[in-house]
Design a protein around this ligand. Structure first.
Ligand code: AMP
Length: 449
């Protein structure tokens, strides 16, 4: 193949039909479990004012400092980039909660979203610049039972797509904002006089966001950290109680977890509960999802103090796990019927035949080119059609059509009027792909995006 003139930008990829089958399956599981639990769907813009992320996630976090895709309004304006593509959903959803006065609604407000996120990270396996997340948020009420229920919905989704047993749920409590502040000071104090042993980046982190030194990959830093104060020494009684109760609830719900006192997550807005679903083989490197409580976030974004807890899962990483685990998903894009024809009369007749078949829920392809019948049959084979309906000049004259079973390689001539009843019978009515828009009483499942 010749080298294409354009390729997808680094860190992005096309979602080809074979991966869409997985994506649709995951989206269905998410929608189903969220609806069961009373969540409503929300979409926020893919870009927001930068401040939403800078204030919300924190200016000195990896996501904002290194990975934010900034967007300028227009070239003409020559302004500084005012906007940024969303690196995650939580900050945007909280902005929307405030902007749309959702504090007037019965609390808690439970929302979910599915869509693309953008991070200008160094691309590597499982780490892309454009990727998909599904996201759950419970805003407006604080109780460990909400954290437990949110985790339960997520475990159900991971179970539905059959990858839960490949993951471990890591849980920690990182205390209140005040606890963290006190701890950050202690970390800073601990490193006084030891700064020269730290690499440049960690020295800088110590000034801007001391907690981030804990995530350092540098060996010298890690050795020093062994004797540093630990966060759990700073957690207050209220947080301890909250954590104990959450763990009791998780046990009540039969959810397995691992206590991980080192789990802090890289975003500033978290407090109290934090959790991640780790890949059992690679650990934190490629977590499938994570979340936690963010009781201070809405206030940071200009709203009244409002607690919240949320979770985000990475769809690409879930698909990877499903493939690794050999999970198969239904392929709903199969071709049921290929319509082949020869001659202008036949071609015209085929148009309404195709239309009627499709209307009845039969997946029908009508290439309707000028190729010979033989090459049309070859094409039907390549499309892996189950049946071919063939209408030549002779058939038009006789009012018949040839119905060919592609797998069996057998065909028969039938009356034209019999074509549709015969095909639908062979496929079975329950296999027909009918699309019904759901009214408020309806039971039909709607295929949303
Ligand atoms: P985070 O809130 O940063 O932990 O992100 C939540 C989840 O989104 C992660 O556990 C991943 O599954 C997924 N994710 C985050 N960043 C990326 C990325 N750059 N590429 C692919 N998936 C990602």
């Amino acid at each position: 193949m010749a080298e294409p003139m354009f390729r997808t930008p680094k860190g992005t990829h096309d979602v080809l039909p074979e991966d869409h089958m997985y994506m649709t399956y995951i989206k269905k599981a998410v929608r189903h479990r969220c609806r069961q639990a009373g969540y409503k769907r929300i979409d926020t813009p893919m870009f927001e004012y930068r401040g939403v992320f800078e204030r919300g996630i924190g200016e000195h976090t990896d996501i904002v400092e290194k990975e934010l895709f900034t967007v300028r309004g227009s070239k003409k304006e020559g302004e500084e980039a005012e906007f940024a593509l969303r690196p995650e959903f939580t900050a945007g959803i909280c902005r929307s909660y405030i902007e749309n006065g959702m504090q007037q609604l019965p609390q808690p407000v439970e929302l979910y979203a599915i869509g693309q996120c953008f991070r200008h990270d160094r691309p590597q396996k499982g780490r892309y610049r454009q990727f998909h997340q599904f996201d759950l948020e419970i805003i407006g009420l604080k109780d460990p039972s909400l954290d437990a229920q949110l985790i339960h919905v997520v475990t159900n989704i991971l179970q539905d797509v059959k990858i839960l047993d490949r993951l471990t749920l890591q849980v920690n409590n990182i205390g209140t904002a005040d606890n963290r502040k006190a701890y950050a000071e202690a970390v800073k104090d601990f490193f006084i006089g030891k700064e020269h042993q730290l690499p440049e980046e960690d020295r800088r982190r110590l000034q801007t966001n001391p907690m981030r030194v804990l995530d350092s990959k540098n060996e010298d830093t890690q050795i020093l950290l062994k004797t540093a104060p630990t966060l759990d020494q700073f957690i207050g009684d209220e947080s301890r109680q909250f954590h104990e109760t959450l763990l009791e609830y998780l046990e009540e719900l039969g959810i397995k977890y691992v206590l991980n006192p080192r789990l802090v997550r890289g975003l500033d807005y978290y407090c109290q509960t934090v959790f991640e679903f780790w890949d059992q083989s690679t650990g934190a490197q490629n977590a499938v999802g994570g979340g936690g409580r963010y009781d201070g976030l809405i206030e940071l974004l200009g709203g009244k103090p409002t607690p919240g807890v949320g979770f985000a899962g990475g769809v690409e990483r879930m698909i990877w796990h499903m493939k690794e685990a050999g999970v198969t998903v239904p392929n709903k894009d199969q071709v049921d019927v290929f319509v082949a024809q020869l001659g202008p009369e036949a071609k015209k007749k085929c148009l309404s035949l195709i239309s009627e078949l499709r209307q009845l829920g039969v997946h029908t392809i009508g290439a309707l080119g000028e190729a010979s019948l033989k090459s049309q049959m070859r094409l039907a084979d390549k499309f892996e059609a189950r049946y071919t309906l063939l209408l030549g000049k002779m058939e038009v004259k006789e009012g018949t059509v040839i119905l060919r079973d592609m797998k069996a390689g057998k065909q028969k001539q039938i009356k034209y009027e019999q074509a549709i009843p015969q095909v639908t019978k062979l496929l079975g009515t329950k296999n027909l792909d009918t699309y019904v828009l759901q009214d408020h009483m309806g039971e039909a499942e709607v295929d949303e995006d």
